[in-house]
Design a protein around this ligand. Structure first.
Ligand SMILES: [Zn+2]
Length: 473
């Protein structure tokens, strides 16, 4: 049998917790991680009779920031709806979500797949909804903790634009970086703050139609997302190759320990949930000014930083290391604002500070980096001197200039002294002089080293090199 040429079609639904102080519709503490069960609850988030939800304005603001950062059009009119279903983690018997009028639609997000490839995926919509509680199943009982009930979530739905498990994983990482850059979500997957549902189907390449998909629920790490998709693609490929492609949409779960998906149920559809407008919450209306205000406060986004870094010929992996922690991108922007040339600041971050795992928590400031680079450019500090200054700055407050003087690494500006060191090195190493004149370039490096030794690091290496070349003719 001929192997079929099949195309993989993947779409993601991403849930991320917004890091507001209080929950989506009540004043309960939104930071319940590690708290005693059922201590961050009230009648509203417990779904008691007569409870009335009130929208948290900060959650709306953060949700809009996420929408704008994902290139969406923020909607002047949106509303909440009830999604009706029973489950013990959902005390109201319905989830307050947004059905046909979400806060943001029609976005896109670019992301690098690897060193060579940048792709883009469409964002269908971004909407707000409340989270459910948490169930813990033991051998004989199920324990319910409603601390998380009512936590504000953004749900990000993509177009079916992803073509492999690798693309899905790399896209998801860029979503996480983007969420963190906006400050709207910590997106910490170890604390369950970001999770994925992934829909996957296959089709013969060239076919425009979409075939019944499997939706893999509740993936809570990039590794699970990748492995579950790889597995599901393989499973569906076998069905296609056996001449029995999937005929029904299904919902599956993923077991990390078994590394396989398992059938949960036939996929439910929107009509199953009997959505209807939430009667206790007014629609959200936004003026053009309010929308423009959200868009204007967006920070420099990680993909824009990545693009700039690549334009400066910074390799893919190093560019990712800069955008992976929003603090690094912010530090870079601040150093550039303080006068550092972009590429030089990047190199300092990667090669000097990046060598210390804890540099983000140290005392070093963007101004020290910018001033240190300026001292190098003025010929007063060597690049190894800059390293010493910045490493000292991690534990010492004070200007780069002051630290340089304290360390005694300022380069000598005394040209007479420099000439003397150079002459001494030439006189003391006649063999190297002869070697250089015979064309051995290495001999010059040796002579530079000799001068540096005599100056105890205070000579300026490029200047030494130039003077040596002049004297050697
Ligand atoms: Zn509450």
């Amino acid at each position: 049998m001929q192997p079929l040429d099949l195309e993989v079609i993947i779409g993601l639904e991403i849930h991320a917790q917004l890091n507001t102080a209080s929950k989506l519709f009540c004043g309960c503490d939104n930071d319940a991680f590690g708290a005693e069960p059922n201590t961050r609850v009230c009648p509203v988030c417990m779904g008691f009779p007569g409870m009335l939800p009130v929208l948290n304005a900060r959650a709306l603001e953060k949700g809009l920031q996420v929408g704008a950062a994902l290139g969406c059009q923020l909607q002047p009119y949106s509303k909440f709806d009830r999604k009706n279903y029973f489950y013990p983690d959902l005390p109201c018997g319905y989830q307050i979500s947004q059905y046909d009028e979400p806060i943001a639609e029609h976005g896109h997000l670019s992301y690098p797949v690897d060193e060579q490839t940048v792709q883009s995926a469409g964002i269908t919509r971004v909407h707000l909804e409340m989270d459910a509680g948490k169930l813990t199943h033991t051998a004989s009982k199920t324990l319910c903790d409603y601390n998380r009930s009512g936590t504000p979530l953004v749900e990000i739905v993509t177009e079916p634009d992803l073509r492999s498990a690798t693309e899905a994983r790399e896209f998801a990482k860029m979503v996480q970086r983007t969420l963190r850059a906006t400050g709207a979500s910590d997106a910490d997957m170890e604390k369950g703050m970001m999770r994925f549902d992934a829909s996957v189907s296959l089709r013969p390449r060239g076919d425009e139609q979409l075939y019944p998909r499997a939706e893999i629920k509740n993936l809570n790490s990039f590794t699970s997302l990748y492995k579950a998709l790889q597995y599901e693609v393989m499973r569906q490929r076998q069905l296609w190759e056996a001449g029995t492609p999937p005929t029904q949409e299904i919902t599956v779960g993923w077991r990390d320990d078994e590394e396989r998906t398992h059938l949960l149920r036939e996929k439910e559809s929107a009509t199953d949930y009997r959505y209807f407008p939430e009667p206790d919450l007014p629609p959200i209306t936004l003026s053009q000014e309010a929308i423009a205000a959200v868009e204007s406060t967006l920070p420099m986004l990680p993909m824009a930083v990545y693009t700039r870094l690549r334009a400066e010929h910074i390799p893919h992996e190093e560019a990712l290391s800069i955008i992976d922690d929003p603090r690094t991108g912010d530090f870079l922007s601040a150093a550039v604002a303080a006068g550092a040339p972009y590429k030089k600041a990047v190199n300092v971050l990667l090669s000097v500070l990046g060598a210390h795992a804890d540099w983000q928590d140290s005392l070093v400031t963007p101004a020290q980096v910018a001033d240190g680079i300026a001292l190098v450019e003025a010929g007063r500090l060597s690049s190894s001197g800059l390293r010493q200054v910045l490493e000292a700055a991690m534990t010492t407050p004070g200007s780069a200039e002051k630290i340089m003087q304290q360390l005694g690494v300022e380069l000598s500006q005394d040209t007479g002294q420099l000439e003397a060191w150079v002459q001494e090195a030439l006189d003391g190493n006649p063999q190297s002089v002869a070697d250089y004149r015979e064309g051995k370039e290495k001999a010059l490096q040796y002579l530079v080293g000799q001068v540096m030794q005599r100056s105890r690091g205070q000579a300026n290496p490029p200047q030494v090199m130039q003077l040596l070349r002049e004297k050697l003719g």
